[in-house]
Design a protein around this ligand. Structure first.
Ligand SMILES: Cc1ncc(C[n+]2csc(CCOP(=O)(O)OP(=O)(O)O)c2C)c(N)n1
Ligand SMILES: [Mg+2]
Length: 647
């Protein structure tokens, strides 16, 4: 037997994680920037003791622990923070998250789903109840009557790209190695979960010293098969009205420059998904902006006509395809460039399984000299300029709009415009749920490849504040503007306290409109009369939620958590507030800009649709009318089953 070292399972886990690195294109970085956590009896003496031991050893030698610990306020939030961080780092670096048994661990489930759906690496270390079960049932144990080995941590299984539970120390090395492989695999990455029972964490074992060697995990750039490039080229060359749909994969692969070259050389217009927005920067001649349900009229007009659609790093969500109505042309063919065969095979597309950058370079080379027609280039330009002008108007609405606003209220689009115009090009705008993701998708002018961060895979209210901390930790040279609605803010304001503790500067733009503007207008459009979507008191006589606006003071709430709060009541005050936030010290903690908007003024229309089923039978006229409208829209839905082989 070779040399061994005696450590607990928790000590071995912490030491191992501190020795992991990722590498792509010859550049390496630590795989884990640190460990977020909240301690309870399930981890305080296990992972907690191990983190303490490492921190004290590092402090003694005047350094920082390889896996520094950061205390947070909520376990769901810490996973969001890790996701925000990992996305900003192009998935090359992330955080581990430790939680106590039971509620501490299950609080991470929403974060796990969000990470997996967005394909962002995070390592979750939920604590489990005793593997020995000698004192069962213990505090917070599920105690399933039908199976002795089921625990609440099994709920992580469907949400994780890799799941293991370490019930004996001997199982730890293989669990850790598999976890690292999945975290750093661009195809498989997402939430990775290792469940650590509370007793096992404290158990000692003689580990081979090699377990703690530095390990470098290569993040692959698979190259496309030449025959698939040739097949894709044939389809693209045959196209008269091709359109690129750029998804998050363009960013994660760092393929923005390759895409810009491809688009310039071929003249193929580029539309963008939420995760792919910023694939081309504002000002590129081929940019036609957001596509789908929250798209620009330019991209959606081109989508409707396109004969070949080239999806790059997109998973083709319903918002991108406008629930399969956006790409309306009969016989439309798809070419899908994706590192994941799972996504490359969607829409009956011609699948090119490859890293986005590698594939784009190969396609540009193979298409040398080929271009779309001048007429088509001109059409893109005209459509785009028309949209871009509408954006300018939305940013600075005319008096006919502003005069009708109640005193002190702004339009949401003008708030977005002010942040866009007054932030630095490298600053990051962040959002996740409500009406702002759609408006940002349509209106935000992206000026840096990492300048736009809207989480729209899970669209999780409450993501904004914690994720803003992750983005700022990843890159303190950029200011982060977290755009959050009052509903989203109320879901998870508490990480402002973590930002105060860590002196992390984030700028939260809190848009107060007294409820769910997004779901309210959706409800109205679907005949549900905005039922239960406004933040109002229960009416004294009506027994309905139609009383006064709730007397909630979110500015004071933020102030009470330690944030520097600026309340604005006009465009001028908003301008001053953004300037003040920009000059706030970089270690000054969170700044919250509280602004009230009038939700009745909408951003320019996408002229698109989103499939949300309406009641087939109803006594309400509003519902009956919405159902008729729904049935009509369903007619436009395509199957995308045609393989293109027949044409
Ligand atoms: C955790 C979570 N719960 C529910 C939803 C459904 N939902 C989507 S938007 C929204 C309302 C958001 O309200 P707010 O943040 O105030 O934004 P606004 O719609 O007013 O712009 C709700 C409830 C969600 N996306 N996430
Ligand atoms: Mg709201």
């Amino acid at each position: 037997m070779g040399e061994t070292v005696r450590l607990t399972v928790a000590q071995a886990t912490v030491r191992f994680l501190g020795q992991q690195w990722s590498e792509r294109d010859g550049e390496r970085q630590r795989l884990f920037a640190g460990c977020f956590g909240i301690f309870g009896h399930g981890n305080v003496a296990g992972i907690g003791q191990a983190l303490l031991q490492e921190e004290l050893a590092a402090t003694e030698s005047g350094g920082v622990a390889d896996l520094p610990y950061v205390l947070v306020r909520n376990e769901q939030a810490m996973v969001h923070t890790a996701v925000g961080f990992a996305r900003q780092q192009d998935r090359l670096q992330t955080w581990a998250c430790t939680a106590s048994v039971g509620p501490g661990s299950t609080n991470m489930l929403t974060g796990a789903a969000l990470a997996t759906i967005n394909r962002i690496p995070v390592l979750l270390l939920p604590s489990g109840t005793f593997a020995t079960r000698v004192s069962a049932p213990v505090l917070q144990e599920l105690e399933a009557p039908y199976a002795g080995d089921v625990t609440v941590n099994d709920a992580f299984r469907p949400l994780s790209r890799f799941f293991d539970e370490v019930n004996r120390p001997e199982q730890l090395p293989s669990a850790l190695l598999s976890a690292m492989r999945v975290l750093t695999d661009p195809v498989e990455t997402g939430a990775v979960t290792i469940s650590l029972p509370q007793d096992v964490q404290a158990e000692a074992f003689d580990w081979p010293v090699e377990l703690f060697d530095e390990r470098v995990w290569h993040v692959a750039r698979p190259v496309p098969e030449p025959s698939r490039v040739a097949a894709a080229i044939d389809v693209i060359r045959s196209a008269r009205k091709p359109l690129v749909v750029a998804g998050g994969g363009v960013h994660y692969s760092g393929a923005e420059d390759a895409l810009a070259d491809f688009a310039s050389a071929t003249g193929i217009p580029v539309a963008e998904t939420q995760a792919g927005k910023g694939s081309l920067l504002h000002g590129h001649a081929q940019l036609v902006g957001a596509v789908g349900s929250t798209g620009t009229t330019a991209a959606n007009a081109l989508a409707a006509e396109a004969d070949v659609v080239i999806g790059i790093g997109t998973r083709w969500s319903d918002f991108t395809t406008a629930s399969r109505t956006a790409f309306a042309r009969t016989g439309v063919r798809f070419v899908n460039i994706n590192v994941a065969g799972f996504d490359a095979g969607k829409q009956s597309g011609l699948s090119v399984v490859a890293d986005a950058r590698e594939a784009l370079v190969a396609l540009t080379e193979a298409l040398d000299g080929w271009s779309v027609s001048d007429t088509y280039r001109k059409r893109q330009g005209t459509l785009w300029r028309r949209w871009d002008k509408a954006v300018t108007t939305a940013y600075a609405p005319p008096a006919s709009v502003t005069d009708a606003l109640a005193d002190g209220l702004l339009t949401q689009a003008s708030v977005i415009g002010a942040v866009n115009e007054l932030s630095d090009p490298r600053d990051v705008v962040l959002c996740a749920a409500g009406s702002m993701p759609g408006d940002l998708h349509k209106l935000w002018r992206v000026r840096d490849r990492k300048g736009y961060h809207v989480e729209y895979g899970y669209s999780c209210m409450g993501y904004e504040v914690p994720a803003s901390i992750g983005i700022r930790l990843a890159d303190p040279t950029r200011d982060v503007f977290a755009m959050v609605g009052d509903g989203g803010y109320l879901m998870m304001p508490t990480e402002l306290v973590t930002a105060v503790q860590e002196r992390v500067k984030v700028i939260v733009v809190l848009v107060q409109n007294h409820g769910f503007h997004s779901i309210g207008s959706l409800s109205e459009g679907l005949g549900s009369q905005r039922f239960g979507t406004a933040y109002r008191m229960r009416g004294e006589g009506s027994h309905r939620l139609d009383g006064d606006v709730l007397p909630v003071d979110l500015a004071t709430n933020a102030r009470s958590l330690g944030a520097h709060v600026i309340e604005v009541h006009s465009r001028e005050e908003l301008t001053e507030a953004i300037a003040a936030a920009k000059s706030w010290p970089s270690d000054g903690g969170p700044v919250v800009i509280h602004v009230e908007t009038d939700p009745r003024v909408f951003a320019p229309d996408s002229e698109s649709w989103w499939d949300v089923p309406v009641a087939e039978v109803s006594e309400l006229e509003s519902t009956q009318a919405a159902r008729a409208d729904y049935v009509a829209h369903k007619q436009g839905q395509r199957s995308f089953l045609a393989t293109g082989e027949r044409s």
